[in-house]
Design a protein around this ligand. Structure first.
Ligand code: S3P
Length: 452
């Protein structure tokens, strides 16, 4: 996050979201955040000029772009979502002159730590209060084994200092937690490591890194052995510049899918949404709850499957959500909990310990937020149990009650904004400013579709 953004973050922006009539419209959501980070990083490591369109211009991705610039890449915005990147080549990153400010972004931090780990440079990583609480041990451990020297704050947290190793040592790393960020950190470190670096994934996570590394010409293979994914990358790679078209972010589309399902009479078409199977769990779960979601015009954009999603208001019923689906919808649980709060009957979720170490503790924060808005929620160690209203609007937070605490978490803020649309009294949230990390223009888009 830039200093200007950090300053504006200090000024909290409370806002009340009021009940609305039907939502209607056809629109796109901004570019995929995961893919945007990776596009900037790989373009910055290719030899020559890449072009990216549809890039998410949220604070998280801008933090990645600023860091890659600070390490020598030429990165220029040429139009809305249009970027031109002059890469330095894998192995060519330069010593940054100042600390890399990662803002709120765990993806920037963990993936860039991977990149720096196999370069002959030292970088310090800093972040906001939310990011500085999040565990980095999960990347510190494999990157240290590859030879990086890392001095972290107590508990393996930011701020931290990382000195890269040249040559780094290739490792085989079995992921102890299902994390695409950890997988990607090790693969990106492997890019400039002699020999073959291997990541073993017992539970599949989003595969954007694998797709894009292969697209930029890295020698990367994926094999299935005894149900585990074995990903191997050959190091000292030479990446070739590419033209990347970033599809719309399914994690951003999620708020509008649920908004349309819970606001009576709504019909929305969300165009150009990424439908990579490692990201599409929410659509599966919402359909199992009775949600009417149609996929139109399935096609491929930037090496990723996309579709237009047509979603209509639907009576939802509670279900037991299969924990095996969690990695494919890990960022969508806050808004799924909201859908469950409006469903008929009970929804149970489990196996979600990872939600406690996201931008906020999403189990505790969502339990408190939905309860404050009038939903019936029980918090368990690894999930929430929600008894839905059967389609009746939530009470909301009336005037005189405290606003919902969003805890520097964009997805909590957007979820509770949508909750306001399906409430009696509206929902006031304490701070909309974190929304700019992943979805600039969210509140204007919501208002344009008919929301008050
Ligand atoms: C991401 C991976 C996920 C996700 C995050 C983005 C990525 O994190 O929650 O928003 O781009 O690789 P974990 O790897 O910690 O599960």
């Amino acid at each position: 996050m830039s200093t200007a953004a950090a300053d504006s973050r200090e000024a909290m922006r409370p806002q009340r979201f009021c009940p609305t009539g039907p939502l209607a419209g056809s629109f796109r959501v901004p570019g995929d955040k995961s893919i945007s980070h990776r596009a900037i990083m790989l373009a910055a490591l290719a030899v020559g000029e890449s072009r990216i369109s549809g890039l998410l211009e949220g604070e998280d991705v801008l933090a990645t772009a600023a860091a890659m610039r600070a390490m020598g890449a030429g990165i220029t915005r040429t139009g809305a979502g249009e970027w031109q990147v002059h890469g330095v080549g894998a192995g060519g990153l330069l010593q940054p002159a100042t600390a890399l400010d990662m803002g709120n972004s765990g993806t920037s931090t963990r993936l860039l730590m991977g990149l720096v780990a196999s370069h002959a440079i030292t970088a310090s990583f800093t972040g906001d209060a939310s990011l500085s609480r999040r565990p980095m041990g999960r990347v510190i451990e494999p990157l240290s084994r590859m030879g990086a020297a890392i001095t972290a704050s107590p508990g393996g947290r930011l701020p931290l200092m990382l000195r890269g190793a040249t040559p780094a040592v290739p490792i085989a790393w079995r992921l102890p937690v299902a994390s695409a960020q950890v997988k990607s950190a090790v693969l990106l470190a492997g890019l400039n490591t002699p020999g073959i670096t291997t990541v073993i994934e017992p539970v599949p996570t989003r595969d954007h890194s694998e797709r894009m590394l292969a697209g930029f010409g890295a020698e990367l293979t994926v094999e299935l052995e005894r149900g585990e994914r074995i990903i191997r990358i050959r190091g000292e790679a030479e990446l070739r510049p590419q033209t990347v078209d970033v599809p719309g972010d399914p994690s951003s589309a999620a708020f509008f899918l649920v908004a349309a399902l819970i606001v009576p009479g709504s019909v929305l078409t969300i165009r150009n949404v990424g439908m990579n199977p490692t990201r599409a769990g929410l659509v599966t779960v919402l359909r199992a709850m009775g949600g009417d979601i149609a996929e139109l015009d399935r096609r491929e954009v930037g090496g990723e499957p996309v579709a237009d999603l047509l979603v209509r208001h639907s009576p939802l019923r509670g279900i037991a959500v299969d924990p095996a689906l969690a990695p494919s919808m890990i960022d969508e649980f806050p808004v799924l909990f909201l859908a469950a709060a409006l469903a008929e009957g009970r929804t149970t979720t489990s196996g979600l310990e990872e939600l406690r170490v996201k931008e906020s503790d999403r189990l505790a924060v969502m339990a408190a937020a939905l309860t404050a808005a009038g939903a019936r929620v029980t918090e368990k160690a690894d999930g929430l149990v929600i008894d839905g209203s059967g389609g009746e609007p939530l009470a909301g937070t009336g005037t005189g009650t405290a606003p919902i605490a969003t805890r520097l978490d964009h997805r909590i803020a957007m979820t509770m904004a949508v909750a306001g649309l399906a409430s009696r009294d509206g929902v006031e949230i304490d701070d909309t400013s974190p929304i700019a990390t992943s979805f600039p223009g969210f509140t204007a888009l919501l208002a344009g579709l008919g929301a008050a």
